[in-house]
Design a binder for this molecule. Sequence first.
Ligand code: IPD
Ligand code: CA
Length: 318
Amino acid sequence: MSDDQQYYEQLFEFAYGVVEQASKLILEGAAARWKLAGDDYEVKKNPVDLVTETDQAVEEFIKSAIAERYPDHKFIGEESSEGKDKPVLTDAYTWVVDPIDGTMNFIHANPNVGCSIGVTHNSRPVVGVIALPFLGRIYSAREGGGAFMNRTIPLPLTGGIPQPLTQLSHCMIAAEWGSDRRPDTIDVKLPNFRRLNGDPSKGIPDGVMVHALRTTGATTINLAHVAAGELDMSWDAGCWAWDVTAAAIILKETGAFLQGGKEEFARDAPIGDVLMCRRYVAVRAVAPTATESAEEIQRRLSRELYGVVDEWTTPSML
Ligand code: IPD
Ligand code: CA
């Protein structure tokens, strides 16, 4: 094992311990919330973009733990970035953290709540841990070390064996409604969803009629599911590096594919650009066929998806 990889292993063990403790805080935060009579969240950009005391407390816990152990490392976290300039990724060791992805789920007692801790080095994700505290799952990976659920179960969950997938219409795809509800966004998303879902034989000529569209309410979880082979693809815009950094290394270690929006996909952007670009497409690990390699299939499915959907831009993406 190279020196870097030994160091990544050390970071991985630390991150794993931190996410386990953060999970306990999230469960305690939920239990405490139910005893309160009344709403305990604050509104961020609009009435469906919310933050709770637990989001802030968990980020503070994770940030302090990292600062104590690795004082030279950089930190990018959702709550610490609120109201500040857009974060920039450098080659330094950087922890990229979303304390709670799926805050709306957390508020509504929906179990799709993820705590995501990623580490980048040389602008590449090298360690990732994603805990789903209400579901008792932790997805994790480090560069060169493989990807697992709950430490020992290899990903993808189909026995570690990538299953066949050759057609966009056969995909189960994660796509989020998101918290931006302006007409500029909604009026692009609705026709996208119509084309992806629609039955071409019943009057939607450009319909793909994919097997299913799924929305968990947490991009981190969608991507973890793609790594696990529990979803075939994920596609979203408007989410941030803290939603994807941990997932990016978990995806990579399973043989899944991750790229940015149409522009990044077209130029095959490096992963550092992808993490920061706010648009993401992912395809799970797939079995090769006699005529296409796994990566050729993943790129073709991404290209086909991007041929069907239009992109939108939220104010914060400008
Ligand atoms: C949300 C999730 C969701 C996305 C929303 C985000 P948060 O993050 O990632 O998938 O569609 O736009 O706000 O606020 O729960 O960390
Ligand atoms: Ca969050």
